[in-house]
Design a binder for this molecule. Structure first.
Ligand code: NAI
Length: 324
């Protein structure tokens, strides 16, 4: 098969496990949609993560080139490429963490919901593969609309009998990254020192930054709250319009996804106190899925943290959303 990437290791090499750095325990991670705008940068960033011992790159096109390219980085993760539906099973078998940035991105004038028809089918077929080949893997789902693709993935896993809500995590980290960046700009501080919880969902007004719970504690004028909320909710559209038809956020998204995946891996390793926002099955509200702070542990989202006190601005916004 001429399109097949170099999947097998040359016979002269020792098995991957022996070559992993110092025999240190590492995780097996797959990026599904690895040749895309997000996928390529994300593959690079995961190859840089010392917690990753094996990195599988899967896509329906162009994985041989991405795999060859990324595999020359002198970091410890062993990289293997897979292309096309017939190699999905091999790509997923044995994986501990599956990150899914597969699917169409938005163009100007599109909402995330406009992607539903196409991406629902893509996510379904990938999740059927996960259920079959690595049913215990933790899944980080990036494909939009996240508000809908996560429930679709849950239904696929339920039908396969492998559903565990703790292991299915919708990636909303980019909303948090944007919130941290924009709040830091307003406060005139380093964004790395800022942490803004962002709850609700991952589309327009469903994205609710809790500006009353910013760490370190601070306060904003009504104008600042209005500006920040609006900019955080429309951060994705800002990028889509600036790219003018060439897609949506890819670089900042890959950065955010790599950050979230790293938090998941540290939780899986047993580190304590790993808390990130994620769109998960939830009982925090009456909605079946909701983004909020979760504590990551060996089994995924081990605990969903309460929303905490909401101020007057956040509470009505949250009620309005629940009614719609
Ligand atoms: P892209 O079009 O550059 O890449 C998507 C990749 O998915 C392509 O390489 C394509 O071949 C691949 N693909 C399509 N069907 C596949 C299948 N069945 N199996 C495996 N791979 C498949 O798109 P981009 O910009 O990388 O975005 C990917 C997704 O991420 C989009 O749905 C986008 O809306 C979403 N996104 C999510 C964000 C979030 O915050 N959760 C932020 C930005 C984008």
């Amino acid at each position: 098969n001429p399109t097949r990437p170099q999947m097998e290791e040359p016979a002269a090499l020792r098995p991957a496990a022996c070559r992993a750095k110092g025999g240190a325990p590492g995780f097996k991670v797959a990026v599904v949609g690895a040749a895309g705008g997000i996928g390529q940068s994300l593959s690079l960033l995961m190859k840089m993560n010392p917690l990753v011992s094996v990195l599988h790159l899967y896509d329906v096109v162009n994985t041989p080139g991405v795999t060859a390219d990324v595999s020359h980085m002198d970091t410890s993760a062993v990289v293997r490429g897979f292309i096309g539906q017939q190699q999905l099973e091999a790509a997923l078998t044995g994986m501990d963490l599956v990150i899914i940035p597969a699917g169409l991105p938005r163009k100007p004038g599109m909402t995330r919901d406009d992607l539903f028809n196409k991406n629902a089918g893509i996510v379904r077929s990938i999740c059927e593969g996960v259920a079959k080949s690595c049913p215990n893997a933790i899944v980080n789902l990036i494909s939009n609309p996240v508000n809908s693709t996560v429930p679709i993935a849950a239904e696929v896993f339920k039908r396969a009998g492998t559903y565990c809500p703790k292991r299915l995590l919708g990636v909303t980290t980019l909303d948090v990254a944007r919130a941290n960046t924009f709040v830091a700009e307003v406060l005139g501080v380093d964004p790395r020192e800022v942490n803004v919880p962002v709850v609700g969902g991952h589309a327009g007004v469903t994205i609710l930054p809790l500006l009353s719970q910013v760490s370190p504690p601070c306060s904003f004028t009504p104008d600042e709250i209005s500006y920040l909320t609006n900019r955080i909710q429309n951060g994705g559209t800002e990028v889509v319009e600036a790219k003018a038809g060439a897609g949506s956020a890819t670089l900042s998204m890959a950065f955010a996804a790599a950050k979230f995946a790293d938090a998941c891996l540290r939780g899986m390793r047993g580190d304590a106190g790993i808390v990130e926002c994620s769109y998960v099955a939830s009982e925090v509200t009456e909605l079946p899925f909701f983004a909020s702070k979760v504590r990551l542990g060996r089994g995924g989202a081990e605990e969903i943290l309460p929303l905490g006190p909401l101020n007057d601005f956040e509470r009505p916004a949250w009620r309005r959303r629940r009614r719609s």
